[in-house]
Design a protein around this ligand. Structure first.
Ligand SMILES: Nc1nc2c(c(=O)[nH]1)N[C@H]1C(S)=C(S)[C@@H](COP(=O)(O)O)O[C@H]1N2
Ligand SMILES: [Mo]
Length: 329
């Protein structure tokens, strides 16, 4: 076996997975933060160079790029790559948490296009490779809170949805954005089943979609999205329950009226359009006051308090000023 070696850091090359590189980079970032910058920097540069050749699925944020978006980082412990990519909700591939990871290999992510329609001055269809180059990729470490009462911390890669929206120039009639995701019965075994109405449709109000935290997402952990996480492009809206973050998007429509979303159609009493994370507004079948962090499961697991707007209140609270959030749940 041959080894890559520098400054006392030795790893068998076969073990240098994208994750290893990723986690090492984070370790170094932490080191640098406590003052070991000199040593760390050279090693980090080495890792980055090495990463170029060892990571076929690499999707890096701009090297060294720091996003200026408030709320884009958290020092909380990351959920493991393993958990984030094997405990999923993607009903097109099955309703058990392990189904998407088992079944989503059939999803064809190339060729892939995203059509921009409706109330825009520049409607057009983007090829996925054009979308990948539309704006600089940033890393955003967000909490993801599912309405079912669990949460994760995931480093996503993408850019603000507003970058795309600005380029297509919405008209004055555009009040909402609707996301339509792929519904292909040939490759998605549950499309056609009656669990939900297909395609899976989600939506945001225009000002929500323009908030810089709303992320058009292409990757996680420095890699392109695995199919089960919504390849090749999905939304991530960190202050809302996870189901608002549609996976494998094929169409983005700008509309005047509030879109009818798949979950609201399936059960209007349980799932509203807004679906902001809110510990004070319970779901009819379960409390939203606390959550369990995936990876911390076990006998002595502590339930964590759920934060208003999933902890992003400073960034998004003003969007809902004066609104009755129990009525507009
Ligand atoms: N197309 C589609 N998008 C979807 C879903 C789905 O079933 N189909 N599930 C949603 C739910 S309920 C959650 S919690 C998140 C989960 O994202 P993750 O598997 O990447 O953690 O995806 C959301 N996006
Ligand atoms: Mo969810």
């Amino acid at each position: 076996m041959h080894f890559l070696k520098d400054r006392g850091f030795t790893l068998p090359s076969a073990e240098i997975t994208p994750r290893t590189v990723y986690e090492e980079r984070r370790r170094l970032l932490k080191l640098m933060a406590v003052g070991a910058a000199g040593a760390g920097l050279a090693t980090w540069a080495g890792r980055e160079a090495m990463a170029q050749v060892t990571r076929p699925n690499k999707l890096a944020a701009l090297p060294g790029a720091r996003t200026s978006v408030s709320g884009a980082m958290t020092m909380e412990k990351l959920t493991s790559y393993q958990d984030a990519t094997s405990y999923n909700n993607f009903y097109e591939f099955g309703t058990d948490k392990s189904d998407p990871a088992h079944n989503a290999h059939t999803l064809k992510t190339r060729p892939w296009t995203v059509a921009i329609e409706g109330e825009v001055k520049k409607p057009r269809t983007f090829d996925i490779d054009e979308l990948l180059k539309l704006a600089p990729m940033e890393e955003r470490i967000y909490r993801l809170r599912c309405v079912e009462g669990w949460s994760m911390v995931v480093p996503w890669v993408g850019y603000s949805l507003s970058e795309l929206i600005k380029r297509v120039e919405p008209t004055g009639n555009a009040k909402y954005v609707e996301f339509v995701t792929l519904a292909d019965a040939k490759t998605m075994p549950y499309v056609g089943s009656r669990v939900l109405e297909w395609p899976y449709v989600e939506g945001l109000r225009m000002d929500e979609a323009m908030n810089p935290l709303a992320l058009l997402t292409f990757g996680l952990y420095g890699e392109v999205l695995p199919n089960q996480n919504g390849a090749p492009v999905r939304a991530i809206v960190p202050w809302k329950y996870g189901f608002k973050s549609g996976k494998s998007i094929v169409k983005i429509r700008f509309v005047e009226k509030e879109p009818r979303t798949s979950w609201a159609k399936a059960n209007p009493g349980e799932y509203g359009f807004y679906s902001n994370v809110n510990p004070k507004v319970d779901h009819p079948r379960w409390s939203q006051a606390t959550e369990r962090r995936i990876g911390e499961d076990g006998l002595f697991q502590k339930k964590r308090p759920t934060l208003m707007f999933n902890g992003y209140e400073p960034q998004v609270g003003q969007l809902y000023a004066g609104m009755d959030l129990a009525k507009y749940f």
